[in-house]
Design a protein. Structure first.
Length: 707
């Protein structure tokens, strides 16, 4: 069973350790929160690097998505940027096919970063999309969630014309009002250890601002840093944090114009698809020698970090030299490429990986005499001038103050009052009710055992196969009942057998396991039960192969109506894909001890193999059979010939020859009529009618392979 050593010490950072255990060993969803500087971003990086679960990372805004190395929620789930009415069906867009659908079905852990900015209707839309694509009624499609954010920082954006609509359906504009979220068990874990600040008094003061519980003495202490005439020396690299864009832009323009040096412009290069609202730097960056700038990225060599302040020493083609107080020598800054990712399944590693859709290349600097508080979120400064008297959003003052490493490093250009420090009451009330419930090792072990039961129930859930099979049947019943009565009857009988045999035995076996779990027994630790699981997997694999292979065989039809045929082909393709996936999982389980995480890897590999087959234009129906065929290329040539023959004779493909017969021919590769007659399924009538053509297909295949 794959394991990953936790990067967190249980005694040093118990909250991070608990969150890590839950996310890597169980299926429990987590809301990971904490004050600014408590390591939420680092936690995500560590989890992503572990590659233990197939993970997708999304965020509500383009900038947040780029910073997290993911996609926007709207882009990933192909949701319209509008209010989503809960319980209202959503459509699958025409472009959302194959790759995206498979990837969503394969995700085990969905990470939503900056969740404090996510509205409940958007989270419910995510739930609806996951249930829709994964063909299940389980909240969020049964996917584990990691929600990361601080509700005391920047809140969701609700436009004036959306307020009435939001409150018509939800009591709050925050994500925690989601109807879907209320249906799952999740734990709020608040990281306690602060990495950004070391001064205990400053940390306590920030916490009081965060929770809106400042006393008059606290407010007086804050305002002791008020100095409206403060003129910072260049050597200290102060940055001004403002509430509005135009204020920051005005300060930067005035300071840049005051410099007598010659300006130089650096134009960004955009390739492929890159969201307009996700640009992490200026498209046209105008600098002068002496300009105060801020780095926008961390340097792999450690020379600078995101938020570091410096001054432009010189400008050249394609590079900027910046001097910093703590650097022994000037830093030569060259263009950096930010990538816009989509997700896909890597055919080699079988993991959900990020795929570059486009890029934005620019010098990773920005004018930094002033920036907005919104843009400062996630950054750290040694010195800052804060102009937050005109704050208009809850959490704005807290974000600004918490950017500073030390109390002495901040200066207030305007006094703060209780009215300027805004904290959302809904957020405060929610957090008060989410005081961390300490999870013991025994509880985590219990959740891990419950997770194993959930995984086993998924293995023995055959609805992903029966649903598309019923869609195939329904299409034939409604449109071709007189054309294909025998085929319809065959499919009906097979599905009836599924209900009476497979589904019944699966439920009986699951009830035995549930009874064991109800007694407090971990099914993974019960060796006898593990052996029964493997034996049961062997039985179920044989039964679904027998019944569903027949359904796939007899349903190999091309229908006359184009639109009906498209829907029919989609349903049949889904049936074949799900059958192949379920068979691969059951075969592995029949030969190995039950392990939830290893089963996830088996599933990933099966999905990747299916994807590879599609990329090579191999009919998806062949994915299961190809593993059993010696001469795979010949088998595909024979299927192509059979399809053409079936179209010519206007009959189903199986009426020409069944798949098993084609597989036997491909294995034996007969060269004479006598050898062909020895193949099971090739009677005198078939040989007389198709023998010469089949032998020609065999001969032509090997003739091509010798060239």
């Amino acid at each position: 069973m794959p394991t990953v050593i936790s990067p967190y010490d249980k005694n040093e950072n118990p909250q991070a350790w608990t969150a890590w255990e839950c996310l890597t060993r169980t299926g429990v969803s987590i809301f990971l929160t904490g004050r600014a500087g408590t390591g939420k971003t680092t936690f995500l990086k560590n989890l992503r690097d572990s590659r233990l679960k197939r993970m997708a990372i999304v965020a509500p805004t383009g900038v947040a998505a780029i910073n997290a190395g993911g996609m926007t929620i709207h882009s990933f789930f192909q949701l319209a940027p509008a209010f989503y009415e809960p319980d209202k069906p959503i459509k699958i867009e025409k472009g959302m096919r194959r790759e995206k659908l498979k990837m969503i079905r394969g995700v085990e852990l969905l990470v939503i970063d900056e969740v404090s900015m996510v509205r409940p209707d958007l989270l419910d839309a995510v739930d609806a999309r996951l249930r829709q694509v994964r063909r299940t009624d389980r909240p969020f499609g049964g996917v584990q969630l990691l929600l990361i954010g601080d509700l005391m920082q920047l809140p969701p954006v609700v436009k004036n014309d959306e307020t009435d609509v939001i409150f018509r359906f939800y009591p709050s504009p925050f994500f925690f009002a989601s109807r879907a979220l209320a249906k799952i068990q999740y734990f709020a874990i608040e990281l306690k250890r602060v990495y950004r600040q070391n001064d205990a008094k400053f940390i306590d003061l920030l916490n009081k601002v965060r929770n809106n519980c400042l006393t008059e003495a606290d407010l007086e202490l804050l305002n002791s840093r008020y100095n409206p005439s403060f003129n910072p020396p260049d050597s200290k690299r102060y940055i001004r944090l403002t509430t509005h864009n135009d204020t920051a832009a005005s300060v930067n323009a005035a300071r840049l114009n005051a410099l007598k040096a010659t300006p130089r412009a650096y134009e960004a290069t955009v390739e492929g698809k890159f969201p307009e609202n996700g640009c992490p730097a200026e498209k046209s960056l105008v600098l002068k020698q002496g300009a105060q700038v801020m780095f926008l990225k961390n340097d792999p060599q450690g020379r600078y970090y995101n938020g570091k302040i410096g001054h432009v020493q010189s400008l050249a083609e394609g590079e900027v030299t910046v001097s910093c107080d703590d650097a022994d020598e000037p830093i030569v800054v060259k263009p950096y490429k930010w990538q816009n990712f989509s997700y896909s399944i890597d055919p080699k590693t079988a993991e959900v990986v990020q795929k570059e859709e486009g890029s934005f290349t620019q010098i990773p600097l920005i004018l930094a005499w002033a920036i907005t508080i919104h843009k400062s979120q996630g950054l750290t400064f040694d010195h800052a001038i804060i102009d937050a008297a005109n704050s208009f959003s809850s959490g704005q003052v807290y974000v600004a103050l918490s950017r500073c490493r030390t109390f002495e490093g901040l200066v207030l250009s305007s006094r703060l009052s209780n009215s300027s420090i805004r904290v959302d009451r809904d957020a405060l009330s929610y957090m008060a009710g989410q005081e961390e419930r300490s999870l013991s090792q025994e509880q985590i072990d219990s959740f891990a055992a419950d997770y194993a039961m959930t995984v086993l129930a998924d293995v023995l859930d055959f609805r992903p196969i029966t649903v598309p099979a019923h869609q195939v049947l329904r299409t034939l019943q409604e449109n071709y009942s007189t054309t294909y009565p025998r085929i319809i009857n065959d499919i009906e009988n097979s599905l009836l057998a599924v209900d009476q045999q497979i589904a019944h035995h699966a439920e009986t076996f699951l009830n035995i396991c549930r009874a064991k779990r109800a007694q407090g027994i971990d099914i993974i630790a019960d060796q006898q039960l593990v052996a029964r699981i493997s034996a049961g997997a062997k039985y179920f694999e044989g039964e679904i192969s027998r019944l569903f292979d027949h359904i796939v065989e007899v349903s190999d039809l091309t229908l006359g109506n184009v639109e009906i045929n498209r829907r029919y082909a989609d349903a049949r393709s889904a049936l074949v894909q799900e059958l192949s996936l379920k068979r691969a999982i059951l075969r592995w389980l029949a030969a190995n001890s039950f392990s939830p995480l290893q089963l996830a890897q088996v599933k990933a590999e099966a999905v990747a193999q299916e994807q590879q087959a599609e990329r090579k234009n191999t009919p998806s129906a062949d994915s299961a059979e190809l593993a059993e065929v010696r001469n795979k290329g010949l088998y595909l040539d024979l299927k192509k010939w059979r399809k053409e023959k079936a179209d010519d004779e206007n009959v189903p493909a199986f009426a020409i020859l069944q798949n098993k017969t084609l597989m036997a021919i491909a294995d034996s590769a007969p060269t004479t009529a006598k050898e062909l007659a020895a193949v099971k399924g090739m009677g005198k009538t078939k040989i007389k009618k198709y023998g010469d053509e089949i032998l020609n297909v065999v001969a032509n295949h090997f003739s091509k392979s010798k060239r």
